[in-house]
Design a protein around this ligand. Structure first.
Ligand code: PLP
Ligand code: 3DJ
Length: 425
């Protein structure tokens, strides 16, 4: 059956030739060789785990054998390991329109959300309402629910729908904090950050943006949007590796006043004075908690060096062409097989992924992965495809749609083994 799928996919088509031409002309095509990707596979899951920069391996080896094995304890100073959360934060800041000293690279997105949510709530202690969204990535709502239950028992959580208007409808002068994902992890829908931030500010509320699915995928302008707080991870479009340090952003105007609820020794004004009473640092370092996982920053730094050779607008332009082409081909070739596109067709309303739905989404995605096209599945019925413009090409888009079409036509996905569920999806 797999041969039939491959044969159906590889039947020459004028669309494939057009895509090959676009790859030849692509000014960003040379970045693909900077990533270590398995030959013969098409990787469309960089919205879950980004690809590995080739230079990450020697960087890790050097840090381990020279920095750790030989340098030992001296490397904390000699290599400035202690300041990685700040130096990496400053490099990330440039990709999100933030200023030096506003971003800290540390911990996980969930932990950072807890920190900035408590900080924001304490700036609006006279208000009760917290707004988030029903279809947010679950951890965001879980963190708010936990913080409300344990720290802010008088607060009430209101959950908006997917459209921006449903957020606006909930805003009132009792709103303390609004916490939204910039790009929805399932549908790929992009919210209007400038409009929503300004509407929240009009009623005196503060906004926390989760940029997990936008940083590295599209230009973000936190300063231009007058954002208050933001959080995100660096293992998706930022290619920092599994479990790479996440980050948080606090606008300069709030930095003096806010407090980190997790008062660990590394957030102390003078951690190495080892004073017993906590005195917070005066800078973004007040949001540090414990020892940074030094080796985990290295692949992210290699990926940042790649981002620093291009600009986010060039990446966005290519990303929109890739997602636009995937949507167009899906509508021509997949809709008749019961697959529907749920990602907005309007470019300004989507991030860098496309989501399709099908009631048999799980086995179809497993069959597609076996046929060499790696996307993922999100319950109950979503097939997700992430397009990282640094290493995905136009022919990949064509081949992904052609393979999926072949899987549907041949019924390959119906084979028994594809129905077995896995723990991590
Ligand atoms: C929007 C969003 N927020 C938060 C997370 C979770 O982040 P972490 O596991 O780093 O806490 C994810 C994905 O894992 C996500 O997609
Ligand atoms: N963080 C993940 C993990 O540890 C295992 C598998 C997937 C993930 C993810 O990041 C999922 C991702 N946030 C999503 O958008 O679904």
């Amino acid at each position: 059956m797999i041969d039939a799928v491959k044969a159906a996919r590889d039947a020459a088509s004028p669309q494939q030739k057009e895509c090959q031409k676009l790859d030849w002309e692509d000014q960003l095509a040379h970045f693909r060789q900077m990533f270590d990707l398995p030959k013969g596979e098409i990787y469309l899951d960089g919205n879950s785990l980004g690809a590995m920069p080739v230079s990450a391996v020697p960087a890790m080896q050097e840090a381990m054998s020279e920095g750790w094995a030989k340098g030992l304890i001296r490397s904390w100073n000699a290599r400035d390991w202690h300041m990685l959360p700040v130096t990496v934060g400053d490099r990330l800041a440039k990709l999100m329109g933030a200023k030096k000293g506003e971003v800290l690279a540390a911990d996980s997105t969930s932990v950072n959300l807890y920190k900035v949510f408590c900080a924001a709530m304490n700036l609006r202690s006279d208000r009760r309402k917290v707004i988030s969204e029903r279809n947010n990535f679950p951890t965001d709502v879980h963190i708010l629910q936990g913080a409300i239950a344990n720290v802010f028992p008088k607060a009430e959580l209101a959950l908006a729908g997917d459209d921006d208007d449903s957020v606006l409808e909930l805003l009132d002068t009792d709103t303390a904090v609004v916490c939204l994902s910039h790009v929805n992890y399932r549908t790929g829908r992009l919210r209007d950050m400038a409009r929503l931030t300004s509407a929240a500010h009009e009623v005196g509320a503060l906004v926390i943006w989760d940029l997990a699915h936008s940083l590295g995928a599209l230009p973000v302008d936190l300063t231009g949007c007058d954002a208050d707080f933001a959080v995100g991870c660096s293992y998706k479009y930022m290619n920092g590796g599994p479990g790479a340090p996440a980050w948080l952003f606090v606008a300069t105007r709030h930095l003096g006043e806010v407090q980190n609820p997790l008062t660990g020794w590394q957030g102390h004004a003078v951690p190495f004075a080892f004073e017993i009473d906590f005195q917070p640092a005066g800078s973004i370092e007040k949001f540090r908690v414990g020892t940074p996982p030094v080796l985990s920053y290295l692949p992210l730094m290699e990926s940042l060096s790649i981002f620093e050779q291009t600009d986010m607008q060039a990446l966005r332009d290519k990303s929109l062409r890739l997602t636009g082409m995937f949507i167009e081909l899906a509508e021509q070739r997949l809709v008749q097989h019961g697959l529907s596109v749920i990602t907005p067709k309007e470019p300004a309303e989507r991030g860098s992924q496309v989501a399709l739905t099908h009631e048999n989404g799980w086995p179809i995605m497993q069959a597609l992965i076996e046929a060499g096209v790696i996307g993922d599945f999100r319950a109950p019925d979503i097939l997700r495809f992430g397009f990282t413009p640094l290493y995905v090409g136009f022919e990949d888009v064509w081949a992904a749609v052609a393979t999926l079409e072949a899987i549907m036509e041949t019924g390959f996905w119906r084979e028994d083994r594809f129905s077995e569920r896995k723990l991590v999806t």
